[in-house]
Design a binder for this molecule. Structure first.
Ligand code: TYD
Ligand code: MG
Length: 455
């Protein structure tokens, strides 16, 4: 049958397909997300979805053999941990992140650190020579890594089936294209098709595949949510790409926990694992600086301490500015309103700037206490002693509420040599360790009385 080309509309948010343009996507309800793409009819579309794989009979659950360990360690503690203890055979792992954050560096570092694994590294973005230059920069042996600069999926999968590597890496999904789909590389139908073909390859052969994906302006993995449904694991790189710390967060994991966070540091020789994330806290200033408070926060399952910095100054214009880096500015406004209403601090005529050190994005409510302390410290130009840290949520009526896993936060603070920690006076405090002075406070006025005593 002759190929006919027709236009279809895809939602860039959820991947929903429609024959005509619509202002609002009927599947996900987003406005203005439909884009036009041409697809060929006649030739069977999305062959990967229709061709049956290796035929298997239905089996009782009790007879399925799961005793064999099917995880492969990648000799990188942080990366192994975030995957749930190594990469699972036949899994498709998506690593997303903004340009320049270190996706290609990490994905090349993995095979270089695992010379015992035969790896196929497919690059659609860089030439083989450029990859070689990067490998030389990172250092390490590349004895068992095959570099393949190609973008046509059919060729890639044919090679991969011939080589049968232990691990395959594809950089990036946006540059790959399949002949099954007429539209250009990077379009939604190409991304869907590429991911579906790789998934089928991974499941049939048991080869784990790491797929790199770019992030859109809105912060989602480009080539919509649909990709997140297809793959087994979604890891997302975060961090300020001017700073040196990079955070790899697990967003979805069919074989492990999603509350994991891996920390890396970008050095001149690639990414270094940061096994003790509190090292981000290493002070970069003299003691007795006002506007700085340390929060014992928890990201996923790991406690670490970060520095909260604030600057409060008289507003230059009629409307005071509020700006927050790494923190929700609406929550900052809420905390400022609590300080004003419940504790009588007049911050309505002040500009307030807030920054989380290390380029971290924080959404742990336990940081509230450190934030209000940093703001007050800057406002009154009073330094908080450097051996004090905080862990507590601030409620709308100015009460300090208990936070999850207080004992682990206190343990981490003690390990790092802090002498005092402020926590809520409510909640269960049975397992709080000894060796650090724990100060329990009920509300913001009580906190201020203790903190600013004698000033
Ligand atoms: P890269 O992995 O190319 O980013 P992505 O694939 O996510 O777009 O990272 C590139 C950045 O990392 C670039 O700004 C240079 C820097 N870099 C180092 O600082 N040290 C290194 O050893 C390498 C390889 C890169
Ligand atoms: Mg890259």
């Amino acid at each position: 049958m002759a190929n006919k080309v027709k236009s279809v509309w895809f939602c860039t948010s959820c991947g929903n397909e429609s024959s005509k343009w619509m202002g609002k996507c009927p599947a996900c309800g987003e406005w203005n997300t439909m884009v036009e793409e041409t697809v060929a009819t006649g030739k069977r579309q999305n062959q990967s979805a229709n061709v049956p794989g290796k035929s298997q009979k239905p089996m009782p659950l009790s007879e399925i053999d799961s005793s064999k360990e099917s995880r492969i360690s990648l000799n990188n503690n942080e990366f192994d941990r975030i995957l749930g203890g190594g990469i699972v055979e036949g899994s498709l792992v998506l690593i997303g992140g903004e340009p320049g954050i270190g996706k290609s560096t990490l994905s090349l570092q993995i095979p270089l650190m695992c010379p015992e694994l035969k790896t196929l590294y497919v690059t659609g973005e860089e030439s083989a020579r450029q990859v070689k230059l990067r490998a030389a920069r990172i250092g390490g042996t590349d004895s068992n890594c095959l570099i393949y600069s190609e973008t046509l999926m059919e060729n890639i999968l044919a090679e991969a089936r011939g080589i049968m590597p232990d691990l395959m890496i594809v950089d990036s999904v946006q540059t790959m294209f399949s002949q099954n789909v007429e539209s250009s590389p990077g379009s939604i139908s190409q991304i869907k098709e590429t991911a579906a073909q790789l998934l089928r390859f991974a499941k049939e052969t048991g080869v784990p595949v790491i797929l790199i994906g770019h992030i859109t302006k809105e912060g989602s993995i480009a080539g919509p949510k649909i990709l997140e449904h297809i793959v087994d694991v979604v890891l997302q790189f975060e961090g300020d790409n001017r700073g040196t710390y990079r955070l790899l967060r697990s967003i979805k994991n069919r074989f492990g926990s999603t509350s994991e966070l891996a920390v890396f540091e970008m050095t001149g020789k690639g990414l270094r694992e940061v096994s003790n994330p509190s090292e981000m806290l290493i002070p970069m200033h003299d003691e007795n600086l006002s506007g700085v408070a340390v929060s014992a926060m928890l990201d996923g399952t790991r406690p670490f301490l970060i520095e909260v910095q604030s600057l409060v100054s008289s507003a230059a214009y009629g409307t005071p500015q509020r700006s927050a880096t790494g923190f929700d500015v609406r929550r900052l406004n809420m905390l400022l309103a609590v300080l004003e209403k419940r504790a009588g601090f007049k911050l309505g005529v002040k500009d307030v700037f807030l920054n989380m050190a290390g380029g971290l994005k924080v959404n742990d409510p336990a940081c509230d206490l450190a934030i209000i302390c940093a703001v007050l410290s800057s406002n009154f130009d009073f330094a908080i002693p450097s051996d004090v840290c905080f862990a507590g949520e601030v409620g709308l009526s100015g009460e300090i509420r208990p936070v999850s896993q207080t004992d682990r936060r206190v343990t981490e603070a003690r390990r790092l040599g802090f002498k005092r920690i402020f926590i809520s006076s409510f909640g269960n405090t049975d397992n709080i360790p000894e060796g650090i002075e724990v100060i329990r406070v009920a509300d913001v006025p009580a906190l201020c009385r203790i903190l600013f005593k004698g000033n």
